[in-house]
Design a protein around this ligand. Structure first.
Ligand SMILES: Nc1ncnc2c1ncn2[C@@H]1O[C@H](COP(=O)(O)OP(=O)(O)O)[C@@H](O)[C@H]1O
Ligand SMILES: [Mg+2]
Length: 280
């Protein structure tokens, strides 16, 4: 069986809640009345206000907004890494009061790999913390590296990998516990244009094959329109949701679509919202 087939099978076998209950679907995300104020040595910054969000399982949702509007803060809260000042966040019906890599996998802009570990060991690392037997975790990590197209690179150290390859390792690591949800914070922002586009295609391929819910933060309007089922547009700080745009471009997305009138219309609609917000 191919690694993709194994991953698909694991995903299909995941329980979706106790029998007879209408538990919120695995892979769903709900945010209610979320607000956040930072308090750094007496100086308060209201970062987010009145955020309500419902994301259905299997959707590819992109969050865009001006720099400093609270995108990273919102994502960190949805992953359970940061507690909001008020409001609730449910992923698959469970409150995200702490990180749970079985529920949400996370990828940041900087690959944040351990430089002294190989690609294989970086991906295995979260499993070793959970005391999974060595043979099983080695197999899982290899499967995930194959899923992101890194067959044959298992023994490379981060400094021996390109920027795009390092982000592939990060994605493999984010998926190693097979969470139903993957959240990414500007994962390709540090990459050159060509690598960025091909990494977008790669992520779409992984998403289409695995059926994960993907929540992707970017400040690139092109990336947003190219990747998303739905684009969430945020205001300047304090960040609020000011628009939700269904992207009706057919799938699979192709590079040629970027030069269609429909693509230009989508970018224009996002920009018309954000333009009024860029005042800093
Ligand atoms: N740890 C922190 N302490 C104080 N202020 C912060 C902290 N992290 C972020 N902020 C502020 O909160 C606002 C939102 O930040 P962030 O979520 O990083 O925005 P974005 O990702 O959209 O650029 C910014 O004004 C930022 O300066
Ligand atoms: Mg950010």
């Amino acid at each position: 069986m191919t690694s993709l087939a194994i991953l698909e099978k694991e995903t299909a076998l995941k329980p979706t809640g106790a029998a007879g209950q209408t538990a919120p679907a695995t892979g769903s995300v709900q945010v209610r009345d979320l607000e956040h104020t930072y308090d750094a040595s007496g100086r308060t910054t209201k970062a987010l206000e009145g955020i309500q969000l419902d994301i259905a399982p299997g959707r590819f949702v992109v969050i865009v907004g001006p720099s400093g509007c609270g995108k990273s803060s919102l994502l960190m809260m949805m992953t359970g890494l940061l507690r909001p000042s008020s409001g609730t966040i449910l992923c698959g019906g469970r409150p995200m009061t702490e990180p749970d890599p079985d529920v949400v996998g996370v990828v940041f802009q900087e690959a944040s790999l351990y430089p002294w570990l190989t690609a294989q060991d970086n991906v295995e690392f979260p499993l070793s913390l959970r005391r999974m037997p060595k043979a099983e975790r080695a197999k899982r990590a290899r499967d995930r590296l194959a899923l992101v197209g890194l067959n044959g690179f298992e023994d490379r150290y981060p400094h021996e990998l390109s920027g795009g390859m390092k982000q592939r390792v990060s994605i493999a690591r984010g998926l190693v516990q097979d969470p139903p949800i993957l959240m990414l914070d500007e994962p390709f922002a540090a990459l050159d244009e060509q690598t960025r586009i091909s990494m977008g295609d790669e992520l779409l391929r992984i998403w289409e094959r695995t059926g994960k819910t993907v929540i992707f933060v970017t400040h690139s309007l092109t990336e947003a329109a190219y990747l998303a089922d739905e684009i969430i547009v945020m205001s300047a700080r304090p960040g609020r949701i000011i628009d939700r745009i269904e992207v009706d471009l057919p799938r699979p997305r192709t590079y040629e679509m970027m030069s269609t009138p429909r693509f230009a219309e989508l970018r224009e609609r996002i920009w018309s919202q954000i333009r009024t917000q860029v005042v800093e």
